[in-house]
Write a protein that binds this ligand. Structure first.
Ligand code: AVI
Length: 332
């Protein structure tokens, strides 16, 4: 203990920075969710928004999907970040506020802390409860980075509470999550991202690219049937949230690549004629009729560059893997 005073000061400083702050903005409106689900089921074709895929079990199933050999996006994106981290860091710049949209376990952003050296890390997810554990342990490892967890639903509108702070912002949206928006909604999202970044802001985003149909379809219909479980879990959510009487054994998981729309579609297909019933409504389904549950759009590099330009980003750079299956874009 040669320098007790300095050491004491260091401990005090570290202690001040070891607690992430949390702000919950999103409030669940169960009547609104019931209405949304009922309207979707009554549509032609019937639909359920993919946002309902992610309850506690659905999120675990998605994590399991990312470990499947057939689901290439997660590991391909990780390899791109690993291979090009110095170049990405050099272009993105150090000392920014890093805003992680859909942070989950915060792992992907944390891997970039070394090259990005953010001053502040804002992890956004639908519920701060999903973020608490991950952020607390990350804060212990990186006491000098100010950390804030925000519970917000940015699928409707991309805004942040004042606690997210200002400073030069780098928005981070990995995993090709933008692929789950229609191209029109993706454009709207990118425009909002540009506005949220403000002057000097930038966006680091992962995009799944068009590739041969068999590769795509296997990634969304794996032989272990984890993706099938992920999709079928929606029926449990329908039952829990809407009071519906869906039986999992009455449906099968369907995933197909719609080449004209450049998207993987997931559906739940009725194995027999049946009627779904819930308080205040019902929806007959013929044998083979489908509930459309998710789109996952695949882009070309040129197509996504154009979308970024249409959203108002002036400069873009991108990195891909050697097979050209996935791309990471930096837009400013
Ligand atoms: C979260 N999102 C980017 C995934 C995707 O690939 O579209 C969701 C998913 N659906 C089935 N498998 C994975």
């Amino acid at each position: 203990m040669e320098f007790p005073l300095r050491q004491g000061m260091l401990v005090a400083h570290t202690a001040a920075m070891t607690s992430p702050r949390f702000v919950q903005v999103y409030r669940e409106d169960s009547a609104g969710l019931r209405h949304e689900l009922a309207q979707g089921l009554l549509g032609r074709p019937a639909t359920v928004s993919p946002k309902f895929l992610y309850d506690a079990l659905g999120s675990r199933l998605f994590d399991a999907i990312t470990e499947l050999p057939e689901y290439y996006p997660t590991r391909t994106e990780r390899a791109i970040f690993e291979a090009h981290a110095p170049a990405i860091g050099a272009l993105a710049g150090r000392g920014r506020t890093l805003i992680d949209l859909g942070a989950g376990n915060c792992e992907k952003a944390a891997r970039l802390f070394d090259v990005l050296a953010p001053l502040r890390y804002v992890a956004v997810d639908i519920s701060v409860d999903y973020l608490r554990q991950a952020l607390a342990s990350l804060q212990r490892q990186h006491p000098a980075i100010e950390m804030i967890g925000v519970g917000a639903d940015f699928s409707a509108s991309l805004t942040l509470p004042p606690e997210a702070g200002r400073g030069e912002r780098l928005l981070f949206y990995p995993g090709s999550s933008i692929g789950n928006f229609t191209p029109q909604d993706a454009l709207q999202f990118l425009r909002q991202a540009r506005a949220l970044g403000g002057a000097g802001g930038a966006l680091l985003i992962g995009i799944d690219l068009i590739k041969p149909k068999p590769v795509l379809e296997l990634a969304y219909d794996d032989p272990l049937r984890v993706t099938a479980a992920f999709n079928l879990n929606l029926l449990r959510r329908l039952n829990a949230l809407l009071g519906c009487d869906a039986r999992i054994e009455d449906f099968e998981h369907v995933a197909l690549f719609n080449e004209a729309e450049s998207r993987i579609e997931m559906h739940l297909q009725a194995r027999r004629a049946l009627t779904l019933r819930w308080p205040g409504g019902e929806r007959p389904l013929a044998a083979g009729e489908r509930i459309h549950t998710e789109n996952s759009y695949k882009y070309s590099v040129a197509g996504f560059e154009q979308l970024l330009r249409d959203a108002g980003f002036a400069r873009t750079a991108h990195w891909t893997d050697e097979r050209g299956w996935f791309a990471v874009f930096l837009a400013s």
